[in-house]
Design a protein around this ligand. Structure first.
Ligand code: BF8
Ligand code: SF4
Length: 634
């Protein structure tokens, strides 16, 4: 048995949460834990995907006695339609995030609120897209690339530009399966059209469109979100930070950023470091200003600036319950409406900033590229001025805190690993050293661990349990989203200590490369980075993506975005393991299409595996990786 003594355990995290809930009780605060109780048991029809309410003749619920809806749709059609709508919601959300980033890129100017921080990457993308770069002003180029990106959302003809990044073999599979995504908005619209009353009820057609809508996210909207965020704010490089609720500081003004779009948080981070603001914080009796993050906004600023990560999805109420949060500033996605009433129980300002995410009981400060600087400064100021309203008796910051090294973009991963193998590293490095490690068996394979928390799973227990199991078996983890934060909170991204708990092979690689065994690749839109890494490995190795000993895993997922991600990861050829069922179990036909050998697997060489027993889920992932190794003869 390994000694995991330095790790922060799920029990310790729960203890901290319980003490925060006690804090909340004193002021009559509601909590997700309570609301889960109120909502249990969940509706069985909803859970199995067998309720249809897409026309007003319904809602129709499928039972043995009533095997068809009023229009005659059977259970398979209903489940598949619900699945496609779920996917389309996620694809729309990720892709609209990407669109916002394109607009921000379009607004860049010399000396403006937003500038180009990685011109090389911009030029690389422009060349990839066939845009003339020679002799062009970098901002003219940024605007041209941004506009070209925006046109990807509505282009009348052709498919997504970034598909060409995939190996030719994968592109052919997509072509044959007729799932190459065209305009991003078209795939979302068509999904809604197909699922409208009286259109598709053939599961196969609906699942095919789910893959296509997913691909328009992963190889379209999300990929642009990631790439242009790098151009705007810099491509992440390894950086040290800290994680868990203990990153909030009692004597400082605490501002928590939450959501997904880095355009807001980048500005807040900038102004929190402004000497004028720090002086103001001192003038109100604070020692300084601490910015920390929750959810994917946190991942974005941690990866680029080492901003500490207070927690993941189910910690968002906890940061307010500390009584030491002067402001929680949010942009879009994964924000609990509960933060409104909760913030009213404390002195916390709940500040919404996007017309896309408006919530009751919040202060709305509309953010745009034009007023970003001014508004970020006003928000930081508002938080500072709120410091005096703290109730000292309510302050309870759990002492949990771990070190983490984050910032592993594809570029960074290639560089650190190539640096170990070659003294002569070219500009970007290659995936060859990684391939050699996997080929020789020093590393058995990789798991892309992604996704959320979900009260259906004991928070973080599946993430942390599975990661430990993989590391012991010499399987390296690349992580993003709330899964990445779970690892960081536990201490699995500590570059000094975490390697002690790996198998011998993985430990040696971590030592030589100076990396933690769980590599933080960013937010959920950054799962596009994982797709590029998988594509590059397959190309450098000379095999298909589906042959690479890598699997995807979302053991605690909850959002529509996660289903969209699952679809594009599978469609890219990577077997994907889920710990929560995607409302599909009501139809054996849909289950067969998603999880069988003769459904999506026949089209894209990968499928879903749904297993709610986390131990078994881990065993199945290891078996899948070992099977892939055996098939390669390694
Ligand atoms: O996009 S992992 S809870 S924060 S949906 Fe949300 Fe899920 Fe967290 Fe980021 Ni992703
Ligand atoms: Fe019922 Fe058919 Fe209408 Fe759905 S589309 S609510 S199954 S009648």
């Amino acid at each position: 048995m390994k000694d995991w003594a330095y790790l922060t355990t799920v029990e310790e995290m729960e203890e901290a949460t319980n003490s925060l809930l006690e804090n909340g009780k004193k002021v009559g605060a509601d909590s997700w834990q309570q609301r889960v109780k109120n909502q249990t048991p969940h509706c069985g029809f909803g859970e199995s995907g067998t309720c249809c309410r897409i026309c007003s003749m319904g809602p129709c619920r499928i039972t043995k006695k009533a095997p068809r809806g009023i229009c005659g749709c059977d259970v398979h059609g209903i489940v598949a339609r619900n699945y496609l709508r779920f996917t389309a919601g996620g694809s729309a959300t990720h892709s609209d995030h990407g669109r916002e980033i394109c607009h921000t890129l379009y607004q860049t100017k010399e000396g403006g609120n937003y500038t180009v921080k990685d011109p090389e990457k911009l030029i690389r993308i422009a060349k990839e897209w066939g845009i003339e770069t020679d002799g062009k002003d970098i901002y003219d180029l940024a605007h041209e690339v941004a506009e070209t990106g925006l046109l990807e959302y509505g282009k009348p003809f052709g498919t997504q530009r970034f598909l060409k990044r995939a190996p030719e073999y994968t592109q052919e599979l997509w072509h044959k399966a007729e799932i190459e995504p065209r305009a991003i908005d078209r795939e979302v619209s068509q999904s809604l059209h197909m699922t409208h009353m009286g259109c598709s009820s053939l599961p196969e057609a609906l699942i095919r469109q789910a893959l296509r809508a997913g691909l328009s996210d992963g190889w379209g909207g999300s990929m642009m979100g990631t790439e242009f965020s790098d151009v705007l704010f810099g491509t992440p490089k390894p950086v040290d930070t800290t994680a868990n609720l203990g990153v909030m500081e009692k004597d400082n003004v605490n501002i928590v950023v939450h959501g997904h779009d880095p355009s807001l948080s980048e500005m807040i981070v900038y102004y929190a470091g402004d000497p004028e603001m720090i002086a103001l914080a001192k003038s109100v009796g604070a020692k300084g200003i601490t910015i920390s993050g929750v959810c994917c906004t946190s991942n974005e600023v941690a990866m680029r600036h080492g901003i500490p990560m207070a927690g993941n999805y189910l910690n968002q109420e906890s940061v307010v319950l500390t009584g030491a949060c002067e402001a929680i500033v949010v942009d879009v996605q994964c924000i609990f409406p509960a933060l409104g009433p909760l913030s009213k129980c404390f002195h916390t300002k709940f500040i919404t900033t996007s017309p896309i995410a408006r919530m009751p009981d919040s202060e709305f400060i509309r953010f745009s590229a034009a007023n970003a600087g001014e508004n970020a400064k006003a928000i930081v100021k508002m938080a500072i001025e709120n410091f005096k309203n703290r109730n000292p008796e309510m302050i309870n910051i759990p002492s949990l805190k771990q070190n983490a090294r984050v910032g592993y973009s594809v570029e960074a991963i290639k560089k650190v690993l190539d640096g170990v193998a070659n003294s002569q590293v070219d500009e970007f490095g290659t995936t060859k050293p990684l391939i050699e490690c996997v080929h020789s068996g020093v590393i058995r394979g990789a798991v892309a661990m992604v996704g959320c928390n979900n009260p259906k799973v004991r928070p973080d227990s599946a993430h942390i349990g599975l990661m430990k199991k993989m590391l012991e078996n010499d399987i390296i983890i690349i992580a993003s989203g709330c899964a990445a934060q779970a690892a960081a909170k536990a201490g699995l991204m500590d570059p000094v200590q975490a390697k002690e708990y790996c198998g011998d092979g993985l430990k040696r690689v971590c030592e030589l490369a100076g990396i933690p065994p769980v590599l933080h690749m960013g937010s959920c839109v950054d799962i596009s980075r994982m797709m590029i890494l998988a594509a590059d490995i397959a190309k450098d190795w000379g095999i298909h993506i589906s042959q690479v000993p890598v699997v995807g895993c979302a053991p605690e997922w909850m959002s529509e975005k996660a289903v969209s991600i699952g679809n594009y990861v599978v469609a890219t050829g990577i077997e994907t393991f889920l710990g929560v069922d995607p409302y599909s179990k009501g139809s054996d036909e849909v289950t067969r299409l998603l999880q069988g050998e003769d459904g999506v697997k026949e089209w894209v060489e990968a499928k879903f595996v749904v297993e709610t027993d986390i131990e078994k889920l881990g065993d199945k992932m290891i078996a899948c990786i070992e099977d892939k190794r055996a098939a390669l003869g390694i």
